[in-house]
Design a protein around this ligand. Sequence first.
Ligand SMILES: [Zn+2]
Length: 326
Amino acid sequence: MLKEVFKNIFLNEVTLPKNPLKALNCYIIKDTDRTLVIDSGFDHPETEELFFKGLEEIGAEIGKTDMFVTHLHADHSGLAAKFKAKYKGKVYCSETDTNYINSMHDVLYSQHFVPILNLMGINQGVDFFATHPGLVYCIKEKIETTLVKEGDQISIGNYNFEVVDVTGHTPGHLALYDKNSKIFFGGDHILNKITPNISFWHFKYGDILGTYLKNLDKIYNLDINIVFSAHRNIIENHKLRIDELKKHYTDRNLEVLNLLKQVEKASSVEIAAKMKWDYRANNFEEFPNNQKWFATGEALANLEHLRALGLADYEFIDGVAFYRAL
Ligand SMILES: [Zn+2]
């Protein structure tokens, strides 16, 4: 069921089965002639049915409907190939996230993340990722995207969207901003109730938590009335939410620094095991692999942020990065 949330902008809440995120807010912008859909949901039969039902309900036409993928995660990009096959439209995405999306169909995709697993101090192989929802429900083939970057324009009807780079949650996360109507489609950059997972992707992206925080400041300074976020509620006071998020990440970083100060040196999985988590388990060892991966990725992003701030350093011992406070 579609709900008009702004003039000619409709929300299609698509279920993400058995996922703590519960649903993806898929937004459809309808002009008399063209349609733009933002994000898709998992490649899962239940999600797929709801996603395409929304497009049918709005009267989206083949050849006149495009899609904007905010970032690579499967709950956003999962149905992009099926969308393109059916509607023959453009799929806008950043180059960095397109490259990830286009290697997901490969059985070797998990292999890319094994060296990261090892440098975290988790001595396991590809099987570790066997039940990762991002891989089970991801896009199953390569897709040709229309590459967009910061400053590019996408217009539909009376809306003139500017593409905004909000790297952090993923290395190529993009958002859409319309200055005139003061609306912002932020993907997972700013969420209500949930704090976006900021994880380590690769050393080549530098201090990604630092980049994320800078990109929160960038959005703080924009004139925005409504943030249409990809999960949970729409955000009406973006400055307040950004202040809350910044406090959360600052507190978290301090927690990691304090844990690091208590030991001579520690790997990111050792730090993750000592951090406080909302996840219900008796101890870190009982966390399922996916949860361990999220947690340790977050710990590593925090450690890299401390290193960028000059508060920590690392050394590699047998491929494992060990951090110490300075
Ligand atoms: Zn995401």
